[in-house]
Write a protein that binds this ligand. Structure first.
Ligand code: PHE
Length: 339
């Protein structure tokens, strides 16, 4: 028995390995459950009682020696390859992927910035509205087609609950609890029951503007919008106001800007007219002011409203409005480089 132990000891003194796999083979051969040292423990019961102490000690010493040797070999592979723990702490970290801002948010923030410099504050209102704020207070007659189910999403159980079709509802909410001077813009999401196509969607975004004070005139409206158009589309931009109709403004107009793509010469984006329609506007109808308890003899105001999708599409040459809502990262990451 002691001879066997000595033979193994000699073998173990010489062991060497050139790979982790070879270390594993050695471990299996000597110190695993079925390894040679464990076999010695099995034979131990046949040792005579007088020899038990000596042989027992020898086996234990051998086992410890084997463990030390094999662990040392194992460590040598783990430490020589890649530094401690197999990690190279000097390697650069994995870069964190940062998101980019949505193109609609970029344009919205730019528009807010332009009006902020002109002294407009920002306010918001609810997307789920009632008839009063979306229609009645804005002078829509009861039989107006916009009130039709075909244009507006109503809640079936209660026809007084609906999704706002424009951000003009926020004008009313602000005027109901603020006396002039009021100079604010209202960005927000709106809903219309429209068939989804490349040019229209049932969900989109608007920015509404409202300025009410003493002596506010149509000239103020025109100058404010000209300044806005120049800042958004470039210094050389021209504007054109065409007469239009909205129940809540009188007079009303639609504003075109000179086509920023062809510079007004005519191209397929402006349909060879040189002009692009971007917003509706007008002087706040005195009925609307009175409905909100604002003295229409003392105060006048202007309002305007624009679609953020349309402006963003013009700005970046986007051909299909549905891209904004599909959240395809290949589309989204084109607009702002990660910060
Ligand atoms: N609310 C109108 C629309 O959605 C736009 C508008 C706002 C027109 C304010 C005039 C004044 O089309």
């Amino acid at each position: 028995m002691l001879d066997k132990i000595n033979v193994l000891r000699e073998e173990l003194e010489k062991i060497a390995a050139s790979s982790k796999e070879e270390v594993e083979e050695l471990r299996l051969k000597y110190i695993s459950k079925k390894g040679s040292i464990n076999k010695l423990f099995a034979d131990f019961k046949n040792v005579s009682p007088e020899q038990k102490k000596e042989v027992g000690n020898a086996i234990n010493t051998l086992k410890n020696f084997a463990l030390e040797k094999i662990n040392a070999l194992k460590d040598s592979f783990e430490t020589t390859s890649n530094g401690d723990f197999g990690l190279d702490l000097t390697m650069p970290g994995e870069p964190m992927k940062l998101g980019t801002r949505h193109p609609l948010s970029l344009v919205k923030n730019e528009i807010i910035g332009i009006f902020a410099r002109l002294g407009f504050t920002v306010a918001e209102g609810p997307e789920i509205e009632d008839d009063w704020h979306v229609f009645s207070a804005l002078n829509f007659p009861p039989e107006h087609p916009a009130r039709d189910m075909q244009d507006t999403f109503f809640i079936e159980k209660d026809p007084d609950v609906l999704l706002r079709t424009h951000t003009s509802s926020v004008q009313i909410r602000v005027m109901e609890h603020t006396q002039p001077p009021i100079r604010s813009i209202f960005p927000g999401r709106v809903f219309r029951n429209e068939a989804i196509s490349a040019r229209s969607h049932c969900i989109f975004h608007q920015i509404e503007g409202l300025y009410v004070d003493e002596n506010v005139s149509f000239a103020d409206l025109k100058q404010t919008l000209l300044q806005f158009a120049k800042e958004l589309f470039g210094e050389g931009t021209k504007i054109r106001l065409r007469p239009s109709y909205f129940p809540f403004t009188e007079p009303s107009a639609e504003m075109d800007v000179s086509c920023s793509i062809c510079g007004g010469k005519g191209c397929n984006v402006c349909k060879y007219t040189g002009w692009l329609e971007i917003l509706g506007c007008g002087m706040v109808d005195p009925n609307v002011l009175e409905g909100c308890n604002i003295d229409s003899e003392k105060y006048t105001g202007f309002a305007f409203g624009m679609g953020i999708e349309r402006i963003t599409m013009l700005r970046y040459g986007i051909k299909d409005i549905r891209h904004f809502f599909e959240n395809d990262v290949r589309f989204l990451k084109q607009f702002e480089s990660a910060i």
